[in-house]
Design a protein. Structure first.
Length: 320
């Protein structure tokens, strides 16, 4: 970031957390989401051709979806593909208890982003907290919120850089705010093939044979990527720490400990594994002790049309 002690610029961390391109993880995406975002990036990479045709590449995207579906991870990956650091704007850093202060904070944020050198991608998480529908009520809090939304509308429209917002509640956003975004992507819960890929990624350096991985993915239906990561990391933590502290390391005992310490988000419901616990077929067929990746015989790929249509990692490419 540009650092100049001689001026009064506001630092990005005043408004949230800056994530660097080198820290980004590659998300596992459904084909539909991958297609929409590839189209958007191709526009950005083809800016000169679009301008010659009297068009401009879109630079504002809104991600909607259930909690834990990886909206922040996806935005971070996109910013990395663009070679930009991403400022995760935290709502509590914008909203003030003082009258008129929140609107001023929003103005300072966009001024900082406009002047940032090198440029930043702005990412608004929990966007509905600051951009919810305006109200006709004459209460002081409602009037203040309306002012914040009005400032946001102006600043978003004028902002020349890249901006992504994410919300679990798209229906709560002010309609005018919604219309300010050129790209709208709904990120759904992962299907079985995606769940297999996600579980395999986070179980490393352990791994499962193909049949066992499929059963575990089936037992995790309705699980978000965040929940699957929690499950895999808790399992690995048990495998490392358990023997040191004398825990029961039988397969069923380990699984019961893991799922007892993790609860799915209430809006998503409980995957089958949480309902059946160690009685689930996926647990009964889980090889134990859990094998390391180097111990797994890689089976010949037999990708079905369904898996090809529903699982795709994001293309690796950078802006020229």
């Amino acid at each position: 970031m540009h650092d100049d002690d001689d001026d009064d610029r506001v630092a990005p961390h005043t408004f949230g957390v800056v994530l660097e391109p080198s820290e980004a993880a590659e998300p596992i995406l459904s084909k539909g989401v991958r297609g929409a975002l590839t189209e958007w990036l191709t526009e950005i990479w083809s800016a000169d051709d679009l301008i010659a045709a009297g068009l401009k590449p879109r630079h504002r995207a809104l991600f909607t979806g259930k909690p834990g579906t990886g909206k922040t991870t996806l935005a971070h990956h996109l910013s990395a593909r663009l070679g930009l650091s991403m400022l995760v704007v935290q709502p509590e850093m914008l909203l003030s208890k003082w009258v008129n202060a929140s609107g001023a904070q929003v103005g300072q944020l966009f001024k900082m982003a406009r002047e940032a050198d090198p440029p930043l991608l702005l990412f608004f998480d929990e966007f509905d907290a600051v951009a919810g529908s305006r109200s006709n009520n004459d209460q002081a809090a409602d009037r203040e919120h309306n002012k914040v939304v009005n400032v946001l509308l102006q600043r978003i429209e004028q902002h020349p850089g890249f901006l992504i917002a994410a919300t679990n509640f798209g229906n709560r956003l002010d309609p005018a705010i919604w219309r300010r975004f050129d790209v709208h992507v709904d990120i759904d819960l992962p299907g079985r093939f995606e769940r297999e890929r996600i579980l395999a990624r986070y179980l490393e350096p352990w791994a499962l044979p193909k049949a066992a991985l499929r059963l575990l993915a089936e037992s995790m239906e309705t699980a978000s990527p965040a929940l699957m990561r929690q499950l895999a990391e808790a399992l690995k933590r048990n495998l490392v720490i358990g023997p040191k502290v004398g825990w029961n390391m039988q397969r069923e005992a380990v699984i019961e400990r893991v799922i007892a310490g993790i609860q799915p988000h209430p809006e998503l419901g409980k995957p089958r594994l949480w309902s059946l616990g160690s009685k689930d077929q996926a647990v009964r067929d889980l090889p134990w002790p859990l094998p390391r990746s180097s111990e797994i015989v890689v089976e010949p790929a037999a990708e079905t049309e369904e898996s090809a249509d529903n699982v795709a990692t994001f293309p690796k490419r950078t802006v020229a």
